[in-house]
Design a protein around this ligand. Sequence first.
Ligand code: R2B
Length: 281
Amino acid sequence: NRNKTKSGENGEKRDGTFHLQNPHLERMDEDVLYHLGLNTTSHNFVEMFGDVKFVCMGGTANRMETFAYYLLDVLGLKLPTGTTLIDISRNSHRYSMYKVGPVLSISHGMGVPSIGILLHEIMKLLKYAKVKDPVLFRIGTCGGIGVEGGTIVISEDAVDGLGSSYFQVPVLGKIVRRPAVFDKELIEELKDCVDPKDSYKTVTGITLCADDFYEGQGRLDGAFCDYTEAEKMEYLHKLKDQGVVNFEMEALVFAALTHHAGIRAADVCVACLDRLKGDQV
Ligand code: R2B
């Protein structure tokens, strides 16, 4: 029910539609969303996805299928007896996508390149479907930093392993830097959902988006490790003092590409463990 007051900062327009800043798309007769197993010739995107309001993304296909069934329940929708939900992207063998009412539940794999490819294709899908004012969520897992396992972490900001809050990607041999910004209003809306009676804690803070699960997150248990446990702990405590509450591997590109398109997005992850207490999940 949000009243839209701002417009055009990035790709977002006053009527809720958004503009992808790519003039080449207008000139294409057909667009193959290769990793989603869809194309604009064989599939009617407006009919299939025109009513989408939320896109929820998480790492694994299995989890996002489970989430889709959970949504059926939450939204009070019933499948005809003897039928099941269908993985719309099953032919791609890359990501899995389920649609339940106005929600898409999609797996994004692990890391920035994987979710980055998905974001390009999902944002095009939403554009071709003429979806207005969609909201994207990453509902993933993470490692807490001074945050107990089972805690929900809402990302206020995303930084890379060097502390930069830009998604940096080489394009045509040069680095392109895009600011990684989450929608502050959406973060507040999510915080308002927190119920003191929840059986888990919810915290907010800075998310460190690493390019690796082991050395990139200061673990001691990878195949290689050139630092001591004391050095690891010093690093983790330094991060904590800087307001970093969790490690994951997608936030930077997620915040940057959605912000660039003017699409509201939030990263809401459950901590699998507190990294101040160990490395193994
Ligand atoms: C959380 O979990 C995955 C690594 O195990 C990665 O996708 C992430 O961000």
